[in-house]
Ligand binder design. Structure first.
Ligand code: NAP
Ligand code: 8YV
Length: 321
């Protein structure tokens, strides 16, 4: 069957080439008048390949009367209204598993950079201060003897936990549902966990249920020697509350890979020294991004072949096309 696939925003060459080889791909950014093109061709599109750069909500999807599948590049699909899709017979797919270990590696890097001030000490060397002022000051924080609380012990959270066990950290976690098959202590509330840990590691998905759940109260509970790491979604952390907590020394430091309004990072955070800031690089190696891109292609190719998609999300279980 010949399928028309819409790509609203630029995607990696592997995806473009893979979709061009198996479908009629419409790259919207190449069109002179994208809005007019969408309107004129809306009934053609049965599949959308998206990278999280636009909001694929009910209003967006309802433009396309024959839409069957939205293939999201990324395991997090908070920019796609999967509940609405499920209610309207549209399958949403994501790219789980293939990025888990890469993101967990990045989380550990960010954790060590933050607790042992590795960015700050490198900046010190590059500024010539090792020569002019002597050794970099000893860090107040360390991973030795610390307790790490993981917010969202899913695939990536578990891969982080495995690494942190090897580092000798005590691991605890908070999710909405207790997991009986893990060896880590469960906290039914985020505040209860924040009060008890030295480091709060968030791997939580975005969306309404997690919006700003790390707020002033949680940061206060983490305490003046507390460290926050966020490798999940920026929307989970109230950035203004975080800025105040860092400025007022309510917590010690933070390491962030994700932000509320990417790629815009608040100037207050950029100006602070007790924070490590990464530009959303959790999965950003050619190796892993290629696997993610191939998953987008494979999900759409499964639809074209009339087969079950490789990785439909929980809100849109596959029951046939
Ligand atoms: P996953 O396996 O689906 O795990 C998600 C976990 O979140 C589950 O354990 C779930 O447990 C928990 N959770 C969901 N809502 C929650 C809430 N309101 N309160 C507490 N816990 C909640 O997903 P994953 O593969 O580990 O990926 C996790 C997230 O990481 C993605 O959604 C994405 O946003 C982010 N991510 C970031 C990068 C990066 O580059 N920085 C890369 C990949 C992924 P319960 O349902 O029991 O609550
Ligand atoms: C990607 C991610 O960088 O998978 C996710 O949820 O956040 C990252 O792996 C992102 O989705 C690409 O836009």
């Amino acid at each position: 069957m010949s399928v028309d696939v819409l790509a609203p925003k630029p995607m990696m060459p592997l995806i473009i080439e893979g979709l061009r080889a198996s479908s009629t791909l419409h790259c919207l950014w190449e069109k002179d008048d994208p809005d007019a093109y969408l309107r004129a061709n809306a009934a053609k599109f049965q599949a959308i390949a998206t990278g999280g750069h636009i909001k694929v909500d009910g209003a967006y999807m309802s433009q396309f009367p024959n839409l069957k599948i939205v293939a999201n590049f990324g395991v997090g699909y908070d920019t796609v209204d999967a509940k609405w899709a499920g209610q309207h017979g549209i399958i949403v797919t994501n790219t789980p598993d293939v990025l888990t270990e890469e993101v967990a590696d990045t989380a550990l890097g960010l954790l060590i950079m933050t607790t042992r001030e590795l960015s700050q000490s490198e900046r010190y060397l590059r500024a010539g201060k090792w020569v002019s002022e002597g050794a970099y000051p000893l860090t107040h924080n360390t991973l030795r003897g610390k307790k790490l609380g993981i917010l969202a012990l899913g695939r990536i959270g578990k891969a982080i936990a495995t690494r942190c066990e090897a580092f000798g950290l005590t691991i605890v976690y908070h999710t909405r549902t207790e997991q009986k098959d893990v060896p880590y202590t469960y906290y039914p509330t985020l505040k209860g966990m924040a009060q008890d840990v030295d480091i709060l590691m968030s791997v939580a998905p975005g969306g309404a249920a997690t919006h700003h759940i790390i707020n002033a109260e949680i940061l206060e509970a983490l305490g003046p020697m507390g460290v926050l790491i966020n490798i999940g979604r920026g929307s989970v952390v109230d950035e203004q509350a975080l800025i105040r907590a860092l400025r007022d020394k309510k917590i010690f430091s933070a390491g962030l890979d994700v932000f509320d309004d990417e790629p815009n990072v608040p100037a207050e955070l950029i100006a602070m020294d007790n924070i490590v800031l990464l530009p959303h690089v959790g999965s950003a190696s050619h190796h892993t991004r290629n696997l993610m891109g191939q998953r987008v292609v494979d999900n759409i190719k499964a639809f074209i072949a009339g087969k079950s998609p490789v990785s439909p999300v929980a809100e849109t279980p596959f029951k046939g096309w």
